[in-house]
Design a protein. Structure first.
Ligand code: HEM
Length: 422
């Protein structure tokens, strides 16, 4: 329970006391926690195919996200990933950015309407709404409006159900609501499929329909449906988490907020293209630092399917394993003052993240490395750029954001920020 509640503190304690491989219960099951960048490298590179994603992730994903690419192994994963990659080329990303920029602008323009006088705006739900709207329009090609609202509601219900402790498919459980939400999404996507199959539109849905691997393989209808639903989930909770953390850190360290805003204002325009977003160096360091301190996926599950040698131990097959990017991101031998917010550590001069290939792994690594990491970086930078040009935000000096780390990091209190228009 403690590991699930605070994986950083417990991880540090366990590693300091017992070394890099420790059995400890987590959320009701006995799990072998592996610490350090070598452990991340071993399991993520997975050279001997000794770690299974399928057996690690299935218990969390299979009910509501069947057919998720993250819960696939070996050849099946390779084939699906090769096809999906075709929907994430640089040209596709360029189009996604064009499409999402105005949506982000419209979304953040409405923010002040949500600010209550006493405790400010709860930023986490506002960002979640924004990233979900962006996903519905950029990914599914559905403009905001009632249709998008219904899809978003079905989607939120499905994600809630995937985390439900009580898995009874009967009214009025959140699980029942989530499965109903999933069925609605499946029906809607299936209905739209013939239209998307026939046309080369720039949304992710159309790209997934026409995506072909170099070998010519393509997705079946059911695969497009499952991938669309999973990608929507993988995309929006994680980006919301990262953006929330960045806004929090920029409120705690206002000199950085000023520094980034000066740059965004100096650029003189609200919307930037893929190349201009990529050139926002200081904002990129802040993003990398936020993802280091508070990786949205603090822990990743795997199961061994063969004996594995690690740090002088032999891990037996069918051991449930937890990989801990968050603990590695705070290791003093890799990072200077690891608890300090210090974005410049990512500058080319210091490049602390290059001290070990797996020192910084918020997007995972190896065959399952996040397929949306470049999209995420663009969405995050575009959103922050547009926010910085419109608003200034702050928190009381003593405020510390209370984190809930699992399954995806978020503030327990929604992060109330005081926001003023510039
Ligand atoms: C800051 C934002 C994000 C973070 C921190 C993040 C993190 C991750 C991590 C750690 C994994 C690997 C998990 C594992 O190996 O167990 C992953 C996989 C994945 N992510 Fe992301 N992600 C983000 C945004 C996105 C976005 C925007 C998309 C889609 C547009 C996306 C789609 C996926 C998919 C499809 C996978 C599974 C890939 C595979 O199994 O081959 N993610 N992500």
């Amino acid at each position: 329970v403690a590991t699930a509640r605070d994986p950083l503190r417990t991880g540090r304690y366990l590693e300091a006391r017992h070394g890099p491989a420790v059995y400890a219960p987590m959320a009701g099951i006995d799990v072998l926690h592996l610490f350090g960048p070598d452990a991340l490298g071993l399991a993520l590179r997975n050279d001997d195919a000794a770690f299974s994603n399928r057996l690690g992730w299935a218990r969390y994903l299979d009910h509501v996200f069947p057919g998720a690419i993250l819960a696939m192994d070996g050849r099946e994963h390779r084939v699906q990933r090769r096809i999906m990659q075709a929907a994430f080329t640089r040209d596709s990303l360029r189009d996604y950015v064009e499409r999402m920029n105005p949506n982000i602008g419209r979304g953040v323009d409405q923010w002040l309407a949500g600010q209550r006088r006493r405790d400010g705006l709860r930023v986490y739900p506002a960002l979640k709404r924004l990233t979900l709207d962006v996903a519905t329009s950029t990914f599914m090609g559905i403009a905001s409006g009632r249709d998008a609202d219904r899809i978003n509601a079905a989607f939120v219900a499905a994600v809630t159900a995937s985390m439900a402790l009580v898995r009874v498919d009967a009214w009025p459980t959140s699980y029942w609501r989530g499965l109903r939400g999933r069925r609605y999404l499946v029906e809607r996507i299936r209905e739209l499929l013939p239209m998307r199959r026939g046309r080369q539109l720039p949304d992710l849905f159309s790209q997934m329909c026409s995506a072909r691997s170099e070998e010519g393989e393509r997705f079946s209808d059911d695969e497009v449906i499952n991938h669309m639903i999973f990608v929507m989930m993988a995309a929006h909770d994680t980006s919301t988490s990262a953006l929330t953390t960045m806004m929090y850190l920029l409120a705690r360290y206002p000199d950085w907020q000023v520094r980034l805003r000066e740059h965004s204002l100096a650029l003189g325009k609200d919307t930037l293209d893929i190349d201009q977003l990529g050139a926002l160096d200081e904002m990129t360091w802040v993003m990398q630092e936020a993802l280091r301190l508070y990786p949205p996926l603090a822990i990743m599950p795997r199961m061994t399917v063969k004996p594995v040698a690690f740090a002088g131990y032999e891990i037996p097959p069918y051991t449930m394993v937890a990989l801990s990017p968050i603990a590695t991101h705070h290791t003093p031998s890799l990072w200077t003052n690891p608890d300090r917010f210090d974005p410049v550590r990512f500058s080319p001069d210091r490049a602390e993240h290059k001290r070990h290939r797996y020192a910084w792994a918020p997007f995972g690594g190896g065959a399952h490395v996040c397929i949306g990491q470049h999209f995420a970086g663009l969405e995050i930078r575009s959103t922050l750029h547009q926010l910085l040009r419109r608003y200034r935000w702050s928190i009381p000096p003593t405020y510390r954001m209370p984190f809930q780390f699992l399954p995806i990091a978020k503030p327990r209190d929604g992060l109330p920020l005081r926001i003023e228009r510039l």
